[in-house]
Design a protein around this ligand. Structure first.
Ligand code: PLP
Length: 420
């Protein structure tokens, strides 16, 4: 860090950002893959590491977005600024199609439309006090940790322990089936992701009920990330936390069209902030989280693009739903192939049944990076080292089901040639 003698006169930065640890995982994957390619220019590398969707968008979405562009070309149908929380027609359609249709009570004014789950998961931090104790699963989608570091809730990084002093990490490993269990101590905010990235494992009704009961007893808030809800296949896995009794009093749910409908580039998502949800302010008064989030969005967000909204609206119809579910069935077929083939060669394989990721234990006690290197050098296959998602991920790698089916098949064929 550069120091200047006149530094006290300079603009002060948010020092929490200086606590962030370098985003090492994906850069290192790119560097190692590039180095291998440079040494072996003829190598045909298959990437099964990425969590992005390959596309294309389904026909229903394309048509709706074309129509939305045409609307913008006519003064009579042109849309300028929309409502920050999303237009009524979109909020109503989300409440009806994603919730009421499944028997879950949902008011349109509990739905806040956004440009994706990533923004909402980070921005929710704005309405929550910095002194809350935060619990996060390990392994984990890295944004939950980083956004809490930015907000000053993580404490200090402890090099020896390899963790943040104020974050309560919830280990997810083979012993607990990679599903977090409520801790003995109190956490104020708990991040849960089901189906999970990176493990591809989802929590069932009983497991989620335990979390809702814990949150109600401790008056905690659950932030439930269900970005992969559409990939669920098992009948006992809830698609929404609001399928669990009492969840509306303790949980915010964040959803996205990114993985469901290939919107990683188009951008649309939404967050449910129930009206029954309350927190307490410095004066000890109860405050509605729905009202705070509404206020936050009105000030800091100017609404989702009308083109994205129209595309996402098309996903919330019988026809659109059928089209995206057919695409998802293809990804889940990839997941099944990866799972079955790697199990057959003796590897311990998890996930991939309710989420598009397969979580694989490296053979013979290898570390995550050692197995990554082995797969790259011997099979020219790129995966994601599990240790990049947290300490509990060491010794595992993540395979993504978002690859092309033929290339996925070829990658599997290369791996199963070896005795592992
Ligand atoms: N939550 C999880 C668990 C994810 O894996 C991702 C993206 O990979 C996101 C949220 C972010 O999604 P979005 O594209 O809607 O910002």
């Amino acid at each position: 860090m550069r120091r200047f003698f006149y530094c006290t006169k300079m603009v002060r930065v948010n020092s929490n950002f200086c606590l962030l640890r370098a985003g090492y995982l994906f850069t290192e994957i790119v560097n190692r893959t590039a180095a291998y390619k440079q040494a072996h220019p003829e190598a045909d590398i298959i990437r099964l590491g990425i969590g992005d969707v390959p596309g294309p968008l389904v026909p229903c979405v394309i048509e709706a977005m074309h129509r939305a562009v045409e609307e913008q070309a006519d003064k009579r149908t042109f849309h300028g600024y929309g409502l920050e929380q999303g237009p009524a027609w979109m909020r109503e359609q989300i409440a009806a199609f994603d919730y009421q249709r499944l028997g879950i009570a949902m008011d349109a004014d509990e739905v806040f439309v956004s440009d994706g789950a990533g923004s909402d998961l980070g921005n929710l931090s704005d309405i929550l006090g910095t002194d809350n104790r935060v619990a996060i699963t390990d392994p984990v989608y890295p944004a939950y940790v980083d956004t809490n570091v930015m907000a000053g809730r993580a404490g200090e990084w402890q090099e020896e322990a390899g963790q943040w002093s104020r974050l309560l990490m919830l280990p997810c490993n083979a012993e607990n089936g990679f599903c977090p269990v409520p801790p003995a101590e109190k956490a104020d905010i708990i991040y849960l992701c089901s189906p999970n990235n990176p493990t591809g494992i989802a929590m069932n009704k009983v497991q989620l009920q335990a979390w809702v009961d814990y949150a109600r007893t401790n008056r905690s808030l659950i932030i439930f990330d269900s970005a992969y809800e559409a990939f669920i296949q098992s009948p006992d896995v809830p698609h929404s936390i609001y399928e669990i009794e009492g969840a509306k009093e303790c949980a915010i749910e964040v959803r996205s069209f990114s993985k469901t409908a290939g919107f990683t580039g188009i951008r649309c998502g939404y967050t449910i902030v129930p009206k029954a949800l309350y927190g307490v302010n410095d004066k000890g008064e109860e405050v509605s989280l729905n009202a705070l989030w509404y206020r936050r969005q009105c000030t800091k967000y100017n609404g989702t693009s009308i083109i994205s909204l129209r595309g996402a609206q098309a996903v919330l119809t019988e026809e659109g739903h059928e089209q995206v579910m057919a695409q998802i069935a293809g990804y889940m077929d990839n997941a099944r192939r990866i799972r079955e083939a790697l199990s057959e060669c003796g590897l311990a394989v998890y996930g991939g049944t309710d989420g598009p990721y397969v979580w694989v234990r490296a053979p013979r006690g290898m570390g995550s990076w050692a197995f990554f290197d082995w797969l790259l050098e011997e099979c020219q296959v790129v995966c994601t080292p599990g240790v990049g998602f947290g300490n509990e991920g060491e010794g595992y790698v993540r395979f993504s089901a978002f690859g092309d089916p033929k290339r996925t098949e070829e990658a599997i064929g290369r791996i199963v040639n070896y005795e592992l």
